[in-house]
Design a protein around this ligand. Structure first.
Ligand SMILES: Cc1ncc(COP(=O)(O)O)c(C=O)c1O
Length: 411
């Protein structure tokens, strides 16, 4: 294998290199994933300490993590869950969604956002996205509100918050709750406010590709004590007290007051989360730095549109989704994607719009063209590698590969 070049190539130099997909030399010898956790020795030690302690679950680390997390995002309460999906389910329950109710969300998300509405027997209603940020468009939400609407679930796509002021305004005028799916957006800021303190409830995920990981895990933040109490009970079978509280009170008595689940996050996981929270700022600043390098490199690269950032938004950059200007390229997204993968760049696609999944199509009769902005974006989207542990060489490799493939396919 010939030596790998790490400096980003000019478009002119890149155009002459044969693509790896056609038998040329890949930009790098090993696959760079699109996302990856960073685990430090202190994180490992924090987990080991819990393994040697009395409490593997429902112990002190849960509360410590929740309190530190609430303080970090500027919310009064934070409740941990076994996954972001469980956290969404709990938020939909706390919002009292039930059969006959509707909740409005975006098609440009992971299916879990809409699924939580279905778990409650309610109906998800989609509103199309804005063409620049691919976040739910408040104007399109307003057209979907009916007497049955109870909640709005905006998603901070890729880590860029949606237009929360307009959404909160719509909600307050129509008596709706806002559940923000911020699974991409830990550390984002919206008009000077931290994500996690803006909506009625905000949901986070701690999957390994996210900003902070607990293996699997999630969180709901809220300022409302009543919602916090329901969320806490829901994750613990609907029981009104937890085991540690009973032990310290010398009590055995408990009551199940609602139908909940076991959605608890362990102390092992919370210790990891607490330790990871300490490096969140470093993580965010590295992601912002990578995004700035990408955006500068792609600003004048024909065929590629970098992601947009609106005024007064500081995105958390969970993802860096570029869009292909297909009109200027002789390849479609699948060909472009395959070419980047062959260069050993672990690209991904976020998202197949939810209404295009067979389950949603079959159950609700959605069809192509129902949400044209999301569908058009889907045909063009490619998520580039974005994680805090990426080296400068990794970033250069991605820029090199995108320039090489775009130059090759330029019309
Ligand atoms: C937007 C969004 N919502 C919800 C989830 C679900 O989170 P989890 O994987 O922690 O269940 C994800 C996970 O990737 C997500 O990206």
């Amino acid at each position: 294998m010939t030596p790998v070049t790490h400096a980003p190539l000019s478009n002119e130099a890149a155009i002459h290199e044969p693509l790896a997909v056609d038998g040329g030399t890949p930009v790098r010898p090993t696959l760079l994933p699109y996302g990856r956790q960073s685990i430090a020795e202190v994180d490992i030690q924090a987990v080991v300490d819990v393994l040697r302690s009395d409490w593997l679950t429902t112990g002190p680390k849960v509360e410590e993590f929740e309190e530190a997390f609430a303080a970090r995002v500027g919310a009064k309460h934070a409740m941990s869950f076994s996954s972001g999906t469980a956290a969404l389910h709990a938020a939909a329950f706390a919002a009292d969604l039930k059969p006959g109710d509707e909740a409005i969300t975006t098609p440009m998300t992971f299916a879990a956002t809409a699924n939580c509405v279905l778990y409650q027997g309610a109906t998800p209603v989609f509103a199309d996205v804005s063409a620049d940020t691919l976040n739910i468009d408040p104007e399109k939400i307003s057209r979907r509100i009916t007497p049955f609407t109870r909640a709005i679930l905006p998603v901070a796509y890729a880590g860029h918050p949606a237009e929360m002021d307009a959404i909160l305004d719509l909600a307050s005028r129509n008596g709706l709750l806002v559940i923000e799916d911020a699974c991409h957006a830990l550390g984002a800021e919206y008009h000077g406010r931290r994500t996690g303190s803006v909506a009625d409830m905000t949901v986070f995920s701690f999957h390994p590709v996210k900003h902070l990981t607990t293996g699997e895990g999630g969180m709901v933040t809220t300022d409302r004590a009543d919602l916090a109490e329901t969320l806490r009970r829901f994750r613990n079978h609907g029981i009104s007290s937890d085991a540690r509280q009973r032990q310290s009170d010398g009590q055995w008595f408990y009551e199940m007051v609602l139908l909940g689940f076991n959605y608890r996050l362990t102390d092992i996981a919370c210790a990891l989360g607490l330790s990871q929270l300490k490096t969140l700022d470093e993580n965010l600043s590295r992601r912002r730095d990578i995004a700035a390098q990408y955006s500068e490199a792609f600003a004048n690269l024909p065929g590629i549109t970098p992601p947009a950032v609106r005024a007064e938004i500081s995105p958390a950059w969970h993802l860096y989704p570029i869009r292909l200007d297909l009109e200027k390229l002789s390849a479609n997204r699948a060909q472009f994607f395959r070419a980047l993968r062959a260069e050993n760049i672990g690209v991904n696609v976020h998202y197949i719009p939810v209404h295009r999944h067979p389950y949603y199509r079959d159950r609700f009769g959605f069809k192509a063209g129902d949400y044209p902005v999301a569908e058009d974006a889907y045909e063009r989207l490619i998520s580039l590698p974005m994680f805090h542990g990426m080296s400068d060489e990794d970033v250069s490799d991605v820029i090199h590969a995108v320039s090489k493939v775009a130059s090759h396919f330029r019309k």
